[in-house]
Write a protein that binds this ligand. Structure first.
Ligand code: F6R
Length: 246
């Protein structure tokens, strides 16, 4: 695992954007696996800036997002489709038909999981998968449990995730209780993985993911078994690793 220790959120975002830009420049028709949430917002901002300066084009890029809240329409302002449009897709030259997010309104979520998994497989899985990490060590919406879910599936969100994400909703009661998420298997099939983490509240999860045992109780710990992972964090998120001498 390659670890970049950056001084703050902005430096973390620039570093992560540079890794993504290098991927897009070296393979313009690459498949990017994308994430939502607070962690990648600065990364997307930087990519948009480079696109506007004429330094980067997404014209050939295909994208697959990690997850979507179950029950939210694409135009709901807290849906992950909406987030991706507002943070990246509407501001760069990626072709709308080349962007993919699970359908939060699918009547049959099991069938939607299968459809999405097939789509990701047909694209050949991600060349580069961007991930954030939950405070409980989740990746995508694969919550701590007794096994690693393999393919895209319907997830019951952990209470701690609902509380963490309630900052985007009027109240915790408004946060959807379920989501469609790529499985850990889908994520691990990406050829490269880029994880962005910032803030003290992630320090313990980051430490367990990097130094602890590989266990479904800390889903991100499975990344220890992937051959090409880059972790980019700010000093606070990496503080427990620093204390441990990593
Ligand atoms: C988002 C996702 C989640 C987030 C994680 C961290 O698509 O799959 O795993 O990456 O919950 O969220 P933030 O970045 O908001 O702390």
């Amino acid at each position: 695992m390659r670890i970049y220790r950056e001084k703050d959120y902005d430096a973390m975002s620039r570093r992560a954007a540079a890794v993504i830009a290098a991927q897009v420049v070296s393979k313009p028709d690459c498949v990017l696996g994308l994430a939502t949430g607070s962690s990648p917002v600065g990364t997307y901002k930087q990519l948009v800036q480079w696109y506007k300066q004429g330094d980067l084009s997404f014209a050939g890029v295909r994208s697959v997002n990690l997850d979507e809240y179950y029950g939210l329409a694409p135009d709901h302002d807290q849906s992950y489709r909406y987030f991706m449009q507002a943070s990246l897709f509407d501001h760069v030259d990626i072709k709308p038909e080349n962007t993919n997010v699970p359908d939060g309104l699918a009547k049959d979520p099991a069938a939607e999981g299968e459809r999405y998994e097939k789509l990701v497989a047909e694209l050949g899985y991600a060349d580069l998968q961007l991930l954030g990490m939950g405070r409980n060590g989740h990746i995508g919406f694969n919550e701590p449990g007794d096994h690693f879910p393999v393919i895209t599936h319907l997830v019951d969100l952990a209470q701690s995730t609902i509380e963490a994400n309630s900052r985007f909703f009027a109240s915790a009661d408004d946060v959807p209780k379920q989501a469609l998420s790529m499985g850990v298997g889908t994520i691990m099939r990406a050829r490269r993985i880029l994880v962005v983490v910032s803030g003290e509240d992630k320090a313990e999860a980051v430490y367990k993911a990097v130094c602890g045992p590989v266990t479904p109780e800390v889903p991100a710990s499975i990344l220890q078994l992937h051959p090409d992972v880059t972790l980019v964090g700010d000093e606070s998120a990496l503080s427990r690793l620093t204390e441990a001498g990593v």
